[in-house]
Design a protein around this ligand. Structure first.
Ligand SMILES: [Zn+2]
Length: 251
């Protein structure tokens, strides 16, 4: 498939033009014009690039790419090595950040909520861009201990931090990755529990003092599923070969 045709479709699925972000979304490093084998993964680290090369991929599709607002601009050190490896292999790097968190059918937030068995998914009106904080409901309320167990078994890791109480959880809010700052939006949206990837010192106080249960389940672990689902969608729609590779990260 022509790379630019694929990009046009992806940009449309992910509503890229409507979302303000901290990095460029779409093609970040240009490689060959024809795409036949895509490797998907969370972050375009050197290890993931190498594994993509090892399986013979021509395109790498990730959630965390490069060129973040505020980062040092010179292409030196780690950044040089990564970009050099991509360019010398003529490999495309395609990245979608916030558009992939917020996507309504297969974004990171929606994919995690589905795995957690929540229903009636909807974006919280208290947070923007739309979909950055997603709500789900449990017809049969869960306890905090049950939600902890469910997270650990789905994500295959221990929680980073949790504030759990006896209050049944009926409404759950999710913002994957470094979303701890959305705890107040989750509270304002009436959530009984808030799940994200990371924790800050103050997040714990908000949870304890405002009565919302809180679960930090890992930045990487909570963000595996959007890019994986996007890859599956690409394989199904366009018949391209897509391989998801998880390079584990304890953060
Ligand atoms: Zn992230």
């Amino acid at each position: 498939m022509r790379r630019d045709d694929l990009l046009a479709e992806l940009n449309r699925w992910l509503n890229v033009e409507q979302i303000q972000d901290y990095c460029p979304n779409g093609l970040q490093v240009e490689g060959r014009e024809t795409v036949s084998h895509i490797v998907t993964g969370v972050t375009a680290s050197q290890a993931l690039i190498q594994q993509a090369l090892d399986v013979g991929a021509d395109t790498l599709l990730v959630h965390h790419g490069y060129f973040w607002k505020g980062e040092a601009q010179p292409i030196t050190g780690m950044k040089k090595r990564r970009i050099e490896t991509l360019l010398s292999a003529n490999m495309n790097l395609i990245a979608y950040h916030l558009p992939l968190d917020t996507q309504a059918d297969f974004g990171n937030n929606v994919e995690l909520l589905k795995r957690l068995g929540a229903e009636r998914l909807e974006p919280a009106r208290t947070a923007s861009p739309e979909g950055i904080l997603m709500l789900g409901h449990y017809a049969k309320p869960l306890s905090g201990a049950e939600l902890s167990e469910r997270l650990e078994s789905i994500l295959q890791r221990d929680l980073v931090a949790a504030v759990v109480s006896d209050k049944p959880i009926q409404r759950i809010a999710v913002c994957t990755g470094g979303g701890q700052g959305f705890i107040e939006d989750a509270l304002n949206a009436g959530a009984d529990a808030f799940v994200t990837g990371e924790v800050s010192e103050q997040t714990v106080h908000v949870a304890r003092e405002c009565g919302i249960q809180f679960f930090a389940a890992g930045h990487h672990a909570t963000e595996r599923y959007g890019v994986k689902a996007l890859g599956e969608q690409i394989a199904e729609q366009f018949g391209l070969r897509v391989t998801f590779i998880d390079v584990d990260n304890p953060a």
